[in-house]
Write a protein that binds this ligand. Structure first.
Ligand SMILES: Cc1cc2nc3c(=O)[nH]c(=O)nc-3n(C[C@H](O)[C@H](O)[C@H](O)COP(=O)(O)OP(=O)(O)OC[C@H]3O[C@@H](n4cnc5c(N)ncnc54)[C@H](O)[C@@H]3O)c2cc1C
Length: 248
């Protein structure tokens, strides 16, 4: 069981950030908990005394603003998949990629902000956001930063991701993946987005987080796949994803 000394559920961003700024106790943002709670229970993470639950901050909205789609940080992967615009953007690539984050009970809990903050190398949902040219809005309670996901790193332990925004364009997408079984998380994968003068491919399993094709590759070398194998498969998944996008 996760050992928590403190649990907070603030209803304002300022209060949440003020809690995270405290130096007398080590508090972490809690979103869906699908990663953090597991990490605390398995003692993978031990430098946490308590959590700041983000659920009451009203950051779950998905709204279209002009030519951009605004997805709140605590919107779940299921919320995105079932949303009329977010779930259908570029042929439904976000909904499709979310399927590979985990089973439905995980998708009902895991949030967009949590996926971005965790930035796991095999997150195909993160790769889809990257291919769709997403930007991340982060706040320290005083000001907001807006950063392209490709360049995004959480500025500090007391910054909160509040939303992800995407351009709404007439795009087509392709997805290709290599995994041990169809329901396994990928060893390597690619999400390609084309159309409207755009061609962007994001790759999973080839760096410490998903990255854009053309970036320097530094693949993990682990039980799921050797670095050599991942590099050999990178071009194959990239081409397959682009071919699928071209067919769409
Ligand atoms: C069985 C299982 C297997 C999994 N396997 C994988 C895997 O192989 N690869 C993978 O990518 N993920 C895996 N996950 C984790 C999970 O799917 C994602 O990482 C998930 O997206 C985390 O989202 P969450 O909302 O649950 O985040 P949480 O677990 O609540 O938080 C995850 C991290 O992000 C921080 N955080 C959350 N929201 C914000 C925010 N708005 N601003 C700043 N920081 C924030 C938290 O403090 C924490 O450090 C697995 C989960 C489960 C249950």
């Amino acid at each position: 069981m996760a050992l928590l000394n403190e649990y907070h559920k603030p209803d304002s961003l300022a209060e949440a950030v003020a809690l995270l700024r405290r130096t007398d106790v080590r508090l972490r943002p809690l979103a869906g908990g699908s990663q953090l709670v597991g990490d605390m229970e398995t003692r993978t993470v031990t430098d946490v005394d308590g959590v700041v639950d983000l659920a009451a901050l009203g950051l779950h909205q998905i709204v279209e603003t002009g030519d951009r789609l605004h997805i709140g940080a605590t919107a779940t992967l299921s919320d995105v998949g079932s949303h009329p615009l977010a779930g259908e953007l570029a042929g439904g690539i976000l909904r499709r990629a979310a399927q590979y984050e985990g089973p439905v009970n995980l998708r009902n809990a895991a949030t967009v902000g949590g996926v971005v903050a965790s930035a796991e190398t095999d997150s195909e949902f993160y790769a889809a956001l990257l291919a769709l040219d997403a930007s991340v809005i982060a706040s320290d309670g005083e000001g907001e930063t807006v950063t392209a996901l490709a360049d995004f790193v959480i500025p500090s332990a007391h910054h909160l991701i509040t939303a992800v925004t995407l351009p709404v364009r007439a795009l087509r997408a392709g997805h290709a993946r290599i995994a041990r079984t169809p329901s396994d998380r990928c060893i390597v994968a690619a999400v390609a987005v084309v159309g409207d003068g755009v061609e962007r491919v994001a790759l999973c399993g080839l760096g410490n987080r998903p990255l854009l094709a053309g970036s320097p590759l530094n693949p993990p070398d682990n039980w799921k796949g050797s670095a050599e194998y991942r590099l050999a498969m990178a071009e194959i998944v990239r081409e397959r994803a682009l071919a699928e996008a071209a067919r769409e």
